[in-house]
Design a protein around this ligand. Structure first.
Ligand code: 4AD
Ligand code: MG
Length: 434
């Protein structure tokens, strides 16, 4: 007889009735006299292993009874359908070979507080909820590359160590850079603009950093940002790319992550609403009106905090673009509105279900003199931004771009309470470990 094939749990449906071998960890177990149920995981899925006392050697029966949570081992057995479980399949175990024991695993099936879980993030990643979130995160990253490649974008990587502060100087992480000052990048945008002038349509996807002192459900100090930048493109066309991109990504999650959505109890019917474009659009002026008539005392000119964004995004069944914010609350590089000199041509995309901003974007100022004045008005140094001004000196063209915070989008798509669960090892004001 040939050796049983080594498979992953996720591939069980292709092996019903076959005897296979799986490398697994124990997540939980339960025994009733003559039968043991082992909850197994191998990183690709979770399923149940059944050990029947009469069908195995005494040694295997004892192993099954005595092994501890998170012990690792090889199991051999036959795959069966199991209609009652999330996964739909199980393995009837004929043999177990121990690989690594595990004693006193700290995360037990009982409820733990969030701080305890975050302190044990290196182990917590193994549990069902983080498993589902990380699989969905992976699919969103894959879908992003696929979408932008299909649309003819080139991936270009901006530096992480910079001397510029596109989104303002208050949230920078300072580093000593030999005998000068430098910062961890808060956005790759300015470099992506150089990329757009070189290659037409570019996107970046990597970590960005903000020294956020706020403890909100939406802020990390290290988060992944996806930043496309397009030459010869006005804001309108950029908004269409944004809505098509979000709809595409949600559709990919629906197509590829049904099991993960089930683990998270996330209703796919709700997500289906987000695969339809166009998304609704309102102006900042209209948003202020909506807030004021709902009793908020937000004045025209103020930036929106989480409560305001939550309220606005709650009023729509789909993500909503809020367009043309006052200049005072946005960044120096944005292009002025053609008929209103108090607002920029820009938009934030607010996710529904109260999740708030997931994308910020704008058309960029492409006129040399106007941009130079804006740099001076914002007390930025022409020494530092000279290279950026150059882009307006040599063949300047209308161009637009945007940035999506990956963890914000995950938090929404997975319907999580807090952005900290959307990244493997969250960095926040009081969390640097593990
Ligand atoms: O709105 P922001 O600050 O825009 C920019 O950085 C532009 N330069 C982007 C561009 O046009 N290329 O940030 C973009 C997105 C936000 O919409 C939000 O989703 C996310 O990045 N973000 C954060 N996510 C987690 N934690 C934080 N502290 C975040 N700050 C921004
Ligand atoms: Mg923003």
């Amino acid at each position: 007889m040939s050796e049983p094939e080594h498979i992953s749990i996720i591939d069980s449906p292709k092996h019903v009735g076959e005897t296979v071998r799986i490398g697994a960890w124990l997540t939980d177990k339960r025994s009733s006299g003559k039968i043991s149920f082992l909850q197994l995981r191998d990183g690709t899925a979770f399923f149940q292993g059944v050990v029947v006392k009469n069908a195995v050697t005494e040694e295997v029966w004892n192993l099954a009874k005595e092994m501890h949570q998170e012990a690792s081992f090889w199991v051999t057995g036959e795959i069966h359908e199991d209609k009652r479980s999330h996964f739909g399949y199980e393995i009837e175990i004929s043999n177990i070979e121990m690989v690594g024991e595990s004693e006193g695993y700290p995360i037990t099936p009982k409820e733990h507080g969030i701080d305890f879980l975050l302190d044990h993030r290196h182990l917590w990643l193994r549990s069902r909820k983080p498993f589902a979130i990380m699989h969905i995160r992976n699919e969103m990253i894959r879908a992003t590359y696929e979408f932008f490649n299909k649309e003819g974008f080139i991936k270009m990587d901006p530096p992480e160590i910079t001397n510029s502060a596109p989104e303002g100087t208050t949230e920078l992480f300072h580093i000593d850079y030999f005998d000068t000052d430098a910062y961890l990048s808060q956005s790759g945008q300015l470099y992506m603009e150089a990329g757009a002038m070189a290659y037409g349509k570019v996107f970046s996807f990597g970590p960005t950093f903000r020294a956020e002192k706020s403890k909100t459900r939406r802020h990390l100090t290290e988060f992944w940002q996806m930043e496309p930048e397009m030459a010869f493109m006005h804001q309108e066309e950029s908004l269409q790319i944004q809505e098509r991109y979000i709809a595409y990504m949600v559709q990919c999650v629906l197509d590829k992550c049904a099991y993960d959505l089930k683990l998270l109890d996330r209703d796919p019917e709700i997500l289906k609403r987000y695969t339809k474009t166009p998304f609704p659009r309102i102006t900042y002026d209209k948003a202020i009106e909506m807030l004021q008539s709902a009793g908020y005392d937000t004045k025209w000119g103020a930036d929106f905090g989480s409560p305001e964004e939550t309220y606005i995004s709650d009023q729509f069944e789909q993500p909503v673009f809020v367009m043309n914010y006052p200049k005072a609350v946005k960044s120096f590089y944005m292009k002025s509105h053609p008929t209103r000199d108090d607002v920029y041509i820009c938009a934030d995309l607010l996710a529904p279900e109260g999740y708030g901003e997931i994308i910020g974007g704008s058309e960029r100022e492409d006129n040399y003199d106007v941009l130079k004045q804006s740099i001076l008005d914002h007390h930025l140094s022409l020494d530092d931004y000279g290279w950026y001004l150059d882009l307006r000196k040599y063949g300047s063209v209308p161009h637009s771009g945007f940035g999506m915070g990956l963890e914000r989008a995950i938090t929404w798509i997975c319907h999580l309470d807090h952005v900290r669960e959307a990244i493997p090892f969250p960095r926040m004001i009081n969390r640097l470990r593990p």
